[in-house]
Write a protein that binds this ligand. Structure first.
Ligand code: C5P
Length: 302
């Protein structure tokens, strides 16, 4: 079989159904435990092998086309680890997922780029090696190569896949402004965060399909820091709950707030309440399989 020279695929967003911070580490990162869930809000990528240049075309305002983009960083990481084995690549990126939003859009792009380049450059790296390399690009990147739902420990890169039997609707509200992750962690008052770690309780509700309990148990230790600075986040959260969401929460370090719904009609009505000029909104289902967005040739490379 000849190697495939061009791949077109989508990369999803994620939400954190739970996020517990244990402590600040000596390396400056925070030791955490989180329940990640992929959501069907997608960016679109096209990657074509070229002789030597790494080139990114992205027309979305505010998204850098240079070496600071995680997609380019993914290509450079492979080139530095496997000198002489990597060619060039022309990447077209269409951003739909807002950035600085706590939705892991850029992390998903980087994970997709690693997987695609593994194929285009015929590197034949196993999934475990790609996941290990992915953590050099960012704490959330390995998750996007692991499983649609997973518990993340360490700084988020130590992953345990979760078989989620339920699929549900997620209404995401991007308030129109990004939030920088380092600012949120820098302002975290660890003494004021919840003492208990409820991630395993939350995971059990998910695995037992106990949707009402799952909704009530959503929690994020980063949320109070963000609400204190941006009270609008709390208003959105309350409006989601008043619209019938089973639970509502800030995703990661924000700025997106999401609500979860079991019933699609209630979710649609809630979407209508938020649709307008003020916010960017997306109603999407939780993802249960990689085959929902990666083409067959990318999945078989796992
Ligand atoms: O790994 P990532 O690039 O996403 O991290 C961005 C920033 O978020 C880090 O530089 C750090 O300030 C903060 N962070 C943290 N603990 C984590 C993840 C991120 O302190 N587990």
């Amino acid at each position: 079989m000849t190697a495939c020279k061009k791949l077109k695929f989508k990369t999803p967003a994620k939400i954190n159904l739970g996020l517990h911070i244990h402590k600040k580490r000596e390396d400056g990162f925070h030791e955490l435990e989180t329940l990640f869930q992929m959501v069907a809000w997608y960016d679109e990528l096209e990657m074509e092998e070229t002789p030597e240049k790494v080139e990114l075309l992205c027309e979305t305002p505010g998204i850098p086309n240079d070496e600071s983009n995680l997609v380019i960083k993914a290509a450079r990481l492979l080139q530095s680890r496997f000198p002489g084995k990597c060619g060039g690549v022309k990447i077209k990126l269409q951003k739909n997922i807002p950035s600085g939003a706590g939705l892991g859009g850029g992390s998903g792009n980087a994970a997709g780029a690693l997987l695609a380049l593994n194929i285009l450059w015929n590197l034949k790296l196993p999934q475990s090696e790609l996941i290990a390399m992915a953590s050099d690009l960012g704490s959330d990147v390995p998750f996007f190569l692991m499983s649609p739902c997973a518990i993340g420990k360490g700084r988020g890169e130590i992953l345990q896949p979760i078989e989620s039997p339920i699929s549900f609707y997620i209404l995401m509200i991007y308030p129109g402004f990004p939030i920088a992750t380092p600012w949120v962690y820098g302002n975290l008052k660890l003494k004021l965060t919840k003492a208990e770690n409820n991630i395993s309780i939350l995971t059990n509700f998910l695995m037992r399909s106990e949707f009402a309990q799952l909704g009530a148990a959503l929690y994020n230790d980063l949320e109070p820091v963000v609400i204190k600075r941006y009270p609008e986040i709390l208003e959105i959260k309350n409006e989601l709950l008043n619209s019938g969401a089973g639970g509502a929460l800030l995703s990661g370090s924000g700025s997106t707030v999401f609500g979860i719904f079991e019933n699609p009609e209630i979710a649609d009505k809630a979407l209508a309440r938020f649709t307008g000029e003020k916010y960017r909104v997306c109603l999407a289902k939780s993802i249960t399989r990689f085959s929902e967005f990666f083409p067959e040739e990318m999945i078989s490379a796992f």
